[in-house]
Design a protein around this ligand. Sequence first.
Ligand SMILES: CC(C)(COP(=O)(O)OP(=O)(O)OC[C@H]1O[C@@H](n2cnc3c(N)ncnc32)[C@H](O)[C@@H]1OP(=O)(O)O)[C@@H](O)C(=O)NCCC(=O)NCCS
Length: 169
Amino acid sequence: MLESRASIKVRNGKPGDAKAIADVFKESWQHAYRGIIPHSHLEHMIRRRGADWWRSTVRAGETVLIVECSGEVVGYTTLGTSRTKGPYQGEIYEIYMLPSHQGLGLGEHLFEAARARLDSRGLNGLLIWALSENFTAADFYWRRGGRPVAKTIEKIGGARLEKVAFGWQ
Ligand SMILES: CC(C)(COP(=O)(O)OP(=O)(O)OC[C@H]1O[C@@H](n2cnc3c(N)ncnc32)[C@H](O)[C@@H]1OP(=O)(O)O)[C@@H](O)C(=O)NCCC(=O)NCCS
């Protein structure tokens, strides 16, 4: 449980947050995908998306929101125009919390902030892709009203993994 004194803040990621976001990325992806994405591929992705990658992503104007808990970056989300043709114009590309900070209500803050950001850009409808084996994510989206609207198989590091898209009208 979070201490009631902990201060929670969602804000735009800045170049100076790059190292902290890379650390969240590393820990949350290892935790979420170990045993699902082949090890060497997962480690390759983590090496590729270090602080430099995040710094240039933020500088390029990509939207990265972070959630801070008492000044520490504990989660991030990236969002923008949907990459899938169809009625869902907005997409949350990624949403990840540090394992130590999951299940405390912080992902909810980040999710709502992401939705508000997409709304403010006039993007109607929301899509989020998740690996079908990622039951935590599927439950989280389902309880927030998302419903499976598409499926695909993606080859990731030699493994054929099923992905499901959750949609909100
Ligand atoms: C999916 C994920 C982003 C959700 O974030 P989270 O912070 O764990 O989720 P929350 O804590 O906000 O919500 C989870 C539940 O805990 C509840 N909860 C537990 N303690 C709480 C508290 N102190 N205050 C508020 N809610 C609390 C929430 O109400 C929510 O319940 P509900 O879904 O039935 O409404 C996060 O678990 C995560 O990073 N998972 C691993 C990575 C991943 O799978 N990312 C998505 C890839 S597609």
